[in-house]
Design a protein around this ligand. Structure first.
Ligand SMILES: CC(C)(COP(=O)(O)OP(=O)(O)OC[C@H]1O[C@@H](n2cnc3c(N)ncnc32)[C@H](O)[C@@H]1OP(=O)(O)O)[C@@H](O)C(=O)NCCC(=O)NCCS
Length: 227
């Protein structure tokens, strides 16, 4: 008899609990207990916060950090990130624990099909009196870029920012030349607002930082064809 969802007895639950403690983030692993097969289901452990067509957004957990560190150290993924130093486990854990949750909302981007964690997205530096925030995103898994998943994740986040949180404006700044990021922002209705000239040393030369912004009224009045 296969036990794929819940635990049928205390022994199964104990094994599942032990696996969660010792193998965080290893959802999908299978264990045999006598004639039973236990599957570590991410669904059982990880609450969905926002749900879209192909992906969902859920709170980022400490058990995700190793994967995030792999992305943030990867030369291709970090090519257009502003951070230039290697990220180690201690620094990452300190950052994660000391984040101000009221002004920094961080969500894991997860494929619905298979629950694979492919990237992160967030609202950062939320300024509640002025109802503004900065958005940021990484699709860390290279094989998942360029398939519209970043756009879908951004649309979910923007709906939450403007509708649920009542934010009035979101902004994002990009290193000039990051075409996927710029196209992703323009596709969601952000407008270019200005440039900081030669702000970033990038691949042997100084390049501009490009500032983008999107207002709540622009988001709500977008033609249906742009959603
Ligand atoms: C930027 C990023 C989040 C975009 O996510 P994505 O899932 O790859 O993007 P999407 O597939 O949703 O595509 C969004 C738009 O970008 C375009 N695009 C995607 N990849 C592209 C590429 N390599 N070259 C040109 N355009 C590209 C798409 O065509 C689409 O625009 P269009 O519909 O007008 O044609 C992702 O590429 C990424 O994480 N990159 C590395 C980290 C990074 O640079 N983050 C941003 C820091 S500011």
């Amino acid at each position: 008899m296969a036990d794929r969802q819940g635990s049928c007895c205390r022994k199964c639950e104990l094994i599942r609990h032990t696996a969660r403690q010792t193998l965080p983030g290893r959802q999908g692993l299978m264990f045999s207990v006598g004639r039973k097969v236990i599957v570590m289901s991410e669904k059982a452990d990880r609450p969905v916060f926002l749900s879209g067509e192909r992906l969902s957004l859920r709170p980022l957990e400490e058990s995700d950090l190793e994967r995030c560190r792999r992305w943030l150290n990867n030369p291709e993924a970090r090519r257009f990130l502003k951070r230039r130093y290697p990220l180690d486990a201690v620094e990452e854990a300190e950052w994660f624990r000391s984040r101000d949750r009221s002004s920094d909302i961080l969500l894991a981007i997860v494929l619905k099909d298979g629950e694979r964690h492919i990237g992160n997205i967030g609202l950062h530096r939320i300024d509640w009196p002025h109802r503004c925030a900065q958005t940021g995103m990484i699709i860390g898994e290279a094989d998942c870029r360029g398939q519209g998943l970043g756009h879908e994740a951004k649309e979910l986040l923007l709906g939450y920012a403007f509708t649920d949180l009542g934010l009035h404006r979101v902004g994002s700044s990009v290193i000039d030349g990051n075409t996927p990021s710029i196209r992703c922002l323009l596709k969601s209705g952000y407008r270019e607002e200005g440039r900081r000239r030669k702000r970033w040393w990038h691949e042997g030369r100084f390049v501009d930082e490009v500032e983008f912004g999107l207002l709540a009224e622009e988001w709500f009045l977008r033609p249906a064809s742009e959603t």
